[in-house]
Design a protein around this ligand. Sequence first.
Ligand code: MSP
Length: 647
Amino acid sequence: MNEKKSFYLTTPIYYVNDIPHIGHAYTTIAADAMCRYKRMKGFDVFFLTGTDEHGQKIQQSAAAKGLTPRELADRTVRNFQDLWKALNISNDDFIRTTEERHYKTVQSIFKKLLDQGDIYKGKYEGWYCVPCETYVPESSMGEDKTCPDCKRPLQMMEEESYFFRASKYVGQLLAYYEKNLKGVMPRSRYNEIISFLKGGVRDQSISRTTLKWGIPVPGDDAHVVYVWFDALINYVTACGYLDDRKKFDTFWPEVRHLVGKDIIRFHCVIWPIMLLALGVNPPVSVFAHGWWTVEGEKMSKSKGNVVDPFEMVERYGADPFRYFLLREVPFGLDGDFSESAVVGRINSDLANDLGNLLNRTLQMIDNFFQGSLPASGRRGEREEEIVQRAAAVLAEVDEKIEDFAFDDALKSIWSFISRGNKYIDETMPWKLAKEGKTEELSSVLNTLYDILRLSAMLVAPFIPETAARIWEQLGLDGEPVNMRFDGFSWGDRAPGHTVKKGKVLFPRIDLEEWKKAREAKAPAPAQPASEEPAIVHEELVGIDSFKAVELRVAQILNVEEIPKSKKLYKLTVDLGYEKRTIVSGIKEFFTPDELLHKKIVVVVNLQPAKLCGVESNGMLLAAGDGKKTTLALLTPDKDIPLGSRVS
Ligand code: MSP
């Protein structure tokens, strides 16, 4: 009998019309770290990722490239599979929604829900966004009938459609979430979903007659299943819902989904309702992580700032890239990616803290004992404190990882690594050697060796290649990822164990050299078109890029100081249709009274960002003189209703 506890984790399945970018890499790396950790805790893990291959987006993208959707999918799926190899992703399965196992599961689920009356045929008319493959309610579309997400024009569509009776299960789902406070994580997302559910959920249109590239509705070939209804089902397909009951019963009760914040309604509203209708438990947790910007800007192909994970692996290695993404930003919040920040982390955390601890320790074992560890010796007070600290770190890391707080788990691990470096400074083994205090020296070097052995295990889920290199240099067999945390004990080796000092883990990156190399690779600045001296450098943008920025008139209702901030105010602004908080760096230029009741212009579709701990949902427009001596707010020149669009 299998007595191991089970753990099932999924990533979203990625659309095959795009090449993988940092956003895809982020979820998959986080999921990988989680699964590797759980395996080391002795869980029986099932880790799933894959690709979402149907729908209008893929059909259109394929047509534009002169390929069939299947051909496009077959080509691009390899990019994802290759990337997961390059990033050492340890998934147990990779699902493609075009596989037969998935067709069968989707059709069987559709039929079951149809038979039990939870799917019915009706007519759907509405504004549809082709790129997002979703109907947009009139209340949330832009004034010029654009999609609130991608800002592109909507099309009016009418079609016969099958509907899923989602409205029927809202109460049941609310009751489930009331009992399962971690059903949606983090807490802010949980609250968001609860209030959304309380507003009610409409029945969902789940089939299309307007396209061919999808799974046919069983018994009605004029329809294909809507891509999201199809895609969400991947999570049960791969878990054996249709053909492997044992696997399903083992893993489904322990399923957790990792997703980006943009797709939580599908995962925390529609999907659990589909499951409730099927008589299956909703997931234990859905965790929504934040989004990455790149050097302060939204990542987009037109800006040419899309971070290619393959390039990052080639330039810095898989482990530093993995480490950076999970350490830099609390999982759940938005973050900003820059290569200089990656280099900073490599030099300080990886080279300085971890690399040095290994290097110094092995060097001393070589110098004082010819590379062969002496018997452990007696543990003193300091050593006992370190042993206790290790137990506390193990418990802390466990708690943090359980909450998907990867950054905090890493901080805790690094506090232990730093303790190791400090221990060297405190005990000064070279002095002990000089004074002939061999027993004390043996005890110190054995303690350091064990700090490294445990550190290798602790970092293994995050930076598995590095952990394996440390393991090897420690002269240990196997790989740390295959070890169990509960199997770790101090001093667990025969005297005379030999170490194998090897290459430095992370050579420090020289910042000057690095900058020069980056500049050499950067594209040359554009030449001015005419001979006239350019006074202001203006980069041209297309009208679509401009239109993508949604500017509206708002009024300042409240101005609050932010403790500890010299520059920021927390403003409450009224957009007519809603009130929002905006954090703005204008404190040095205005008193609260000068701002109160002013009508201003606000960018309303900016990614939320946390400034000094306050979430800002937009930005006000102001003009500065470039010398930072004065600032003028942009205000409408006559009375105009709040919320009016600026174009
Ligand atoms: N196919 C759907 C998911 C279906 S799951 C049943 C999909 N695919 S996607 O390829 O467009 O996006 C996959 C993931 O990438 C999403 O979780 C999304 O949040 C994430 N990201 C896309 N851009 C991102 C950033 N800039 N930063 C972080 N994650 C981002 O949606």
